[in-house]
Design a protein around this ligand. Structure first.
Ligand code: EPU
Length: 420
């Protein structure tokens, strides 16, 4: 298992290019199942979660071909109604996103139940409820979800989500585009990745209105056709590099980042003493003064993203004063807390709230990556820790960050990957 050896104390400076968004790529790869014609996606990040999704697609008979410019052509012309096996779904929960397109295209689908993961129980009740609202039957059999329609396929209807789940909104959208008649998705998530999925579906011939609002209207069509679509850039990757610049007192231009995709992150970082402004090519992030503590609560988009909570906690670990960080999206997304403690951070946990008392300095230690965002928070903390930090199990990082170590090294960090 690879590990990263990081010597802290270097400023992150210069510029860094952001990749296409992992969380836009995964649902759109699944969406290729909705058509028998090829879907070409551009700007697809080279991360292991994408590879896991592609393994699943191959299992379902989709032919995936990589081309120039990080393009990926997905041809589901020969897709078959196979089941999504436990072995693949267990590796990545986003595999559940094949359920709706398989059901919509073939009239039935069997997908392994994903189970819990390091950040919480992560039920899928909202996904299933959305499909049932469109007339699907759903049963659990031997650890598998079996969903099917009675003869005439899915029927347009009102889908009311009890909370704005990202995945359930994507499931609802992908099912509704091929349902007969009109569907209304209420209280859906409004994340930029959902708007991007909708743009991709529209390019394939879907009729969708109200994306980015709490009321999405979908007029079902008989079939979708081939299309070409470029993915939006990864706002969480952008936010992670913004914290890298901020934590090291650096000066970084984040190429391809969009201010409007970052929602409340910009205001929170500004309150912490970080300056951010848009440039022609992306965003500039600079921190020259003292870091100030800020209280933060994670919220559905456009609130502060749970996917940046761990990184922000690393930043607050060296800010002056104390910060209260509340996690409201996932019940146990604090695996990084004890590991940050090994680097000298002073963080106490009570339920879903962390109290971070800023310390003057962190010091290097051996730490363990536990999930994607927890891992990257350890790398960020290590950038300012005195001495050497070893981050073990970096395969978690490779799931969602393309070339994180190489990009940080190009911006001045002292990081060595030990392969093994
Ligand atoms: N939830 C339910 N029932 C459901 C679905 C969700 O109770 O049927 C709960 C979850 O347990 C969680 C909350 O609702 O407590 C939000 O979950 P959501 O469905 O929004 O998350 P997701 O679709 O499973 C996506 C991202 C995550 C990101 C969350 C929240 C992808 C592939 N994954 O997951 O990304 O944290 O939205 O923004 O888009 C990551 O990239 O590191 C990552 C975990």
């Amino acid at each position: 298992m690879d590990r990263l050896v990081i010597r802290g104390g270097k400023r992150i400076e210069g510029s860094v290019q952001i990749c296409g968004a992992k969380n836009a790529a995964l649902p759109q790869i699944a969406a290729s199942l909705l058509s028998s014609e090829p879907l070409e996606l551009r700007n697809v990040p080279e991360v292991t979660d994408v590879n896991t999704m592609l393994s699943l697609m191959r299992e379902l008979g989709v032919v995936a071909t990589h081309g120039a410019g990080r393009s990926l052509v997905l041809d589901a012309g020969g897709a078959r109604n196979a089941q999504a096996p436990y072995e693949l779904v267990r590796r990545m929960r986003a595999s559940i996103l094949v359920l709706a397109p398989m059901l919509a295209r073939f009239g039935s689908a069997r997908v392994s139940l994903p189970g819990g993961c390091a950040i919480g129980a992560r039920p899928i009740d909202q996904h299933l409820k959305a499909l049932e609202s469109l007339g699907a039957n759903v049963e659990m059999e031997g650890g598998y979800i079996h969903a099917w329609t009675n003869g005439n396929g899915l029927r347009g209807n009102r889908i009311v989500l009890s909370s704005p789940s990202v995945g359930a909104t994507e499931t609802a959208l992908m099912a509704a585009v091929l349902a007969c008649g009109e569907s209304e998705i209420l209280n859906g998530a409004r994340d930029p990745e959902i708007s991007d999925l909708a743009r991709c579906l529209v390019a394939m011939g879907a009729l969708i209105q109200g994306v980015g609002t709490h009321r999405i209207l979908v007029q079902g069509v008989d079939a979708l056709h081939g299309a070409r679509h470029e993915l939006i850039t990864d706002r969480i990757e952008a936010g992670t590099y913004a914290v890298a610049a901020a934590i090291t007192g650096g000066h970084l231009e984040i190429l391809g980042a969009h201010l409007e995709h970052l929602g409340s992150v910009v205001a929170v970082l500004e309150s912490a003493g970080v300056q951010i402004w848009p440039t022609d090519r992306g965003l500039m992030v600079v921190r020259s003064g003292t870091l100030k503590s800020v209280d933060v609560s994670t919220e559905p988009y456009p609130g502060f993203p749970t996917d940046l909570q761990a990184q922000f906690m690393a930043l607050m670990a060296i800010a002056s004063g104390a910060s209260v960080i509340r996690e409201t999206v996932f019940e146990s997304r604090f695996m990084h807390v004890p590991e940050l403690g090994r680097l000298g951070a002073n963080i106490s946990l009570q339920g879903s709230t962390a109290l971070v008392r800023g310390v003057e300095r962190l010091h290097g230690a051996e730490v363990m990556a536990t999930d994607l965002r927890a891992s990257v928070s350890l790398v960020l903390a290590a950038l300012v820790a005195e001495g050497e930090t070893t981050v073990n199990r970096v395969y978690h990082l490779d799931r969602g960050y393309e070339s994180l170590d190489r990009k940080l090294v190009q911006c001045g960090a002292d990081i060595r990957r030990v392969v093994g």
